[in-house]
Design a protein around this ligand. Sequence first.
Ligand code: NAI
Ligand code: NA
Length: 396
Amino acid sequence: MIIEPRMRGFICLTAQPKGSEQSVKNQIEYVKSKGTIAGAKKVLVIGASTGFGLASRITSAFGSDAATIGVFFEKEASEGKTASPGWYNSAAFENEAHKAGLYAKSINGDAFSNEVKRQTLDLIKADLGQVDLIIYSLASPVRLNPNTGVLHRSVLKPIGQTFTNKTVDFHTGKVSEVSIEPCNEEDIVNTVAVMGGEDWAMWIDALKAENLLAEGATTVAYSYIGPSLTEAVYRKGTIGRAKDHLEATAFTISDSLADINGKAYVSVNKALVTQASSAIPVIPLYISLLYKIMKEKGIHEGCIEQIQRLYQQRLYTGEPMITDEKGRIRVDDWEMREDVQSQVAALWEQATTENLAEIGDLEGYRNDFYNLFGFGFDGVDYKADTNELVKVPSIS
Ligand code: NAI
Ligand code: NA
């Protein structure tokens, strides 16, 4: 069938397999162009199908020739209905990895569940023996805690007071004011349960209990800080509490890995267009201004540039790890530069529906958004009849 983007609110209901394949190939080429990384050889990526997790899987495989196991929660196509983008990304990734002679298998299911953890442990045991890097890159609105049976839903709300600021509908370009009511106590608990570090620690505990972590194994989860503009709804809001918890969990995990010289890190990454971030009010306006400034300065990065830099210039330099005062790795350093932030803040004051296309990078935002679903890539014939029933080779 001929697949076109079908939008509903902030999500796209369709995905394009050929474009997703092109996206993966472009990322692979980028990693290869940056040379070899003396990184881990057996890698587990939890949240491996889109965004930073996919970029991590690609960087491990094509930067360090690593065997990778990817865990994700994606939808396979059914007759007349496309698969989700992460499904197509993963199919393309496995195909490219196999062509390059690399081990790559995937598990599609709920990473929060005991069943998927069990399946993953068994696969590592059977095929790899142990892993030496575990990337934790889940972004989810819900988590069923397998031990308590409680279903937690995360919310993106300020804490304590109503937050009012500008936002943009990136489809129409309309800038408006948005007010977000503060959360209640339960919202905080739920958001921390979904996006905090509890599940990360459960994964690492489970791996360690069955001796599936190699000596010196490293695990990395991703966090975000951002500017004061978005603080009330992000870092000092419910999601920020979850990130505080995630960051604190890095220390407890590191303690639990002391006997195998293992280490847990949080890497603070840059704000980028992903399915997760498009849903947060205020953030799309910030990102469209940020992109404009960072592109002008020649320091713009996407997920793959961020993660390639994380690996090559932070994790695997052969030197002692450089972290901030809270023990975090920072690859949001360029985003947070004083000159970048002061220019974004000035543009923020001026931004209106009339001028945003000019003073901000609305087009870049939209392109990135369409790219997430496999649309808008050069070299893809979008008019051609496309088979949507693509298989991820390792998933039957
Ligand atoms: P994403 O939405 O692109 O990726 C999420 C991944 O998690 C996908 O592979 C998805 O299949 C998987 N997933 C979701 N629920 C799952 C479940 N129940 N079981 C198994 N897999 C599941 O998100 P993105 O943006 O790459 O986020 C990854 C991490 O990076 C998050 O912790 C996020 O907070 C963080 N981050 C994101 C930034 C951004 O601007 N997008 C900036 C800095 C950090
Ligand atoms: Na991800």
